[in-house]
Design a protein around this ligand. Sequence first.
Ligand SMILES: [Zn+2]
Ligand SMILES: [Zn+2]
Length: 158
Amino acid sequence: MENRLEKIKKQLHSSSYKLTPQREATVRVLLEHENDHLSAEDVYLYVKEKSPEIGLATVYRTLELLTELKIVDKINFGDGVSRYDLRQEGAAHFHHHLVCIECGSVEEIQEDLLEDVEEIVERRWNFKIKDHRLTFHGICRNCHNKESTTKDANALNK
Ligand SMILES: [Zn+2]
Ligand SMILES: [Zn+2]
């Protein structure tokens, strides 16, 4: 945690920004809730628990700055809410997401898996790819298991 905070501090410095206490509070929340895909309001509520003097506008501005510097990625899973996701250390590409349409759970895929697709796109459309977003919408392992258990139970009752 302190290690990653230190790295983020360096990333800010290299773009001539300081890790102010307000920014640090925001980054800490993101690190503590790394897998939670928090919205700006969610981040603000956590920040407020420890630093009630920090306002929503400040948190919002910090998130925008972190997005600009590619420290976090802003993502929308189709529910109209922007969520903020820390980029994996040193990752050139943003990780992929599996979003369950039944329970809303979000799983992450850190492997890139898209090298071949990118190569085809770059060649055929003469387009230099810098990044991509990939979200799969479907039914997660848990919901899938639940579904087949209910089906089995129904079959037995017939
Ligand atoms: Zn994610
Ligand atoms: Zn599910």
